[in-house]
Design a protein around this ligand. Structure first.
Ligand code: NAD
Length: 480
């Protein structure tokens, strides 16, 4: 057997390599997949209520083991409050799915519309083994956002978190190691892209959250195997601020959705289009609010902006800023990546005079940066917002809800918030699909978030008399 690969892991607050990730070896991964496949009929046979009870035990364990999980996640990401929200959120999400699943999975038989003597019924058949590959920006939540409904649906699951933020894997594994039914249904494996690729080759369906280039590779591997791939990828979310908008509401929401988690959010606002008449006032207010934000250094419990979790992100941010300045953008505040100890923090940044010739308006930046551009008509605002390879989500601000809604309906994005931004993170039932390169496949939110793990089987019961071959006797046919 090949020795497990060991990957160095950097600490985002110190820049030190202070952790080693022991990757799950390919042979071990195959064994895990085989063992989960063997267990899946037992997991499925527990029924939705039985599986919910097992997952409820896990929620209780997660609450009891909160501290080690939180400590690991805080070190992985260099920020506290959002890590706490991730750790405290998981038990709630488990219990929410357990609560809503029985009704979603209820089937009802009924007569077929065209043949009433045939009774139609439905069986849901879970995929045996589902794979989940997640990124580093919300390491815990995004590892389970799809895996939880899959488990509730009756699939067995292998989760592979990002190699950039892997410290939480150990305490996470401990949290369900003593729940035998769950330990037989769920595995969390460790590794990088090679491990992810091996995983896609072993499962019956895959849910991938990450970048567009990796998503393309996952989709290609899945296509060659004829397995479904659900892709949740990058974004370049626009905000449109119409002339009648409340400046106070718009600047508060846009600032939050541009800066939270230091902009390392797929739903981060990364382009702002403001009506000409209010542009200068808007920028003034946005800059005054952005300038009041502080980095969470030296005290992790103070400030608003955490470090850049992934060092390579600093190069992307620097390149985008340099390109924007070269092409005529102006820095209204921020604009630098600062080093404290060995960590890297990006200053909350507002840019003006942005144009679509700039990479910062076209490519995902993933930093706390808000480039602002003015527009002279609503048509122009819609055209600019839609002029993108991405279509994850968007926001529209207006004093008139009907006007905002009319604009929202024309935006090419899976979720549009009105007079706020990123509202899909607080509306779990809102089904949405990504447009363009932001993703592929059914909604991860709402009922579809559970149903996509189940194949629909039609059960058709003849309650009358089956047609005999007499119905096809040519002698009985007359020319129409
Ligand atoms: P990434 O694509 O580099 O990596 C994501 C995961 O894929 C990691 O676990 C990685 O090990 C794995 N991977 C790498 N190569 C692989 C391969 N060939 N086959 C299978 N797996 C492979 O993304 P990242 O840098 O970790 O995350 C940031 C990106 O994720 C951003 O683009 C962000 O917008 C996106 N994201 C999207 C959502 C969403 O819901 N749409 C949410 C969060 C993040």
């Amino acid at each position: 057997m090949m020795p497990a690969r060991i990957l160095p892991v950097r600490n985002p607050r110190t820049g030190d390599v202070d952790y080693q990730l022991h990757c799950t070896a390919p042979e071990a991964l195959r064994d895990i997949a085989a063992s989960l496949r063997q267990s899946q009929p037992r997991w499925s046979a527990l029924g939705v209520h039985g599986r919910s009870e097992v997952l409820d035990q896990w929620a209780t364990q997660l609450i009891a083991l909160k501290r080690p999980l939180l400590d690991a996640l805080v070190t992985d990401t260099g920020r506290y409050r959002l890590s706490l929200a991730e750790v405290e959120g998981l038990p709630h999400k488990i219990r929410r799915w357990a609560k809503v699943a029985p009704e979603i999975l209820r089937t009802r038989s009924h007569p077929a519309a065209m043949s009433p003597q045939v009774t139609l019924d439905r069986q849901y058949v879970p995929y045996t083994l589902a794979g989940f590959i997640s990124p580093w920006n919300f390491p815990l939540s995004l590892s389970f956002i799809d895996a939880l409904p899959a488990l509730i649906a009756g699939c067995c699951a292998i989760v592979k978190p990002s190699e950039v933020t892997p410290r939480f894997i150990e305490p996470l594994r401990e949290s369900f190691a003593n729940i035998p039914e769950l330990a037989d249904a769920l595995a969390v494996v460790a590794g990088d892209g090679a491990t992810g690729n091996a995983l896609v080759n072993l499962v019956d369906m895959v849910c991938f959250t990450g970048s567009v280039p990796t998503g393309r590779k996952v989709a290609e591997t899945a296509a060659a195997r004829f397995i479904p791939a659900f892709l949740e990828l990058g974004g370049k979310d626009p905000a449109i601020v119409l002339q009648s908008a409340s400046l106070s509401v718009a600047t508060d929401a846009i600032l939050r959705q541009g800066m939270v988690n230091a902009g390392q959010v797929c739903l981060s606002l990364e382009r702002v289009y403001v009506a000409e008449a209010i542009h200068d006032q808007f920028v003034q207010l946005l800059v005054s609010k952005a300038s009041a934000l502080e980095i969470n250094h030296p005290d992790i419990h103070k400030g608003h902006i955490g470090p850049l979790i992934f060092q390579k992100q600093a190069d992307i941010i620097r390149d985008h800023l340099a390109d924007a300045l070269e092409r005529g953008a102006t820095i209204a505040c921020g604009g630098s990546i600062i080093r404290r100890d060995g960590g890297l923090w990006c200053e909350p940044t507002v840019l003006t005079n942005a144009t679509h010739e700039m990479r910062i308006m076209r490519e995902e930046t993933f930093g706390p940066i808000l480039p602002v551009m003015s527009f002279s008509s609503t048509e122009e605002a819609i055209r600019l917002a839609n002029d993108s390879d991405f279509g994850l989500s968007a926001a529209v601000f207006s004093g008139d809800i009907a006007e905002a809604r009319a604009v929202a309906e024309r935006l090419e994005a899976g979720g549009v918030s009105i007079n706020d931004a990123g509202l899909q993170s607080v509306t779990t039932e809102a089904e949405k699909q990504s447009f363009k390169f932001s993703g592929l496949g059914g909604s991860r939110m709402g009922n579809e978030g559970l149903l996509r793990f189940l194949r629909r089987k039609a059960l058709m019961i003849q309650t009358g008399t089956p047609r005999s071959m007499d119905a096809f006797d040519e002698a009985d046919s007359s020319i129409a």
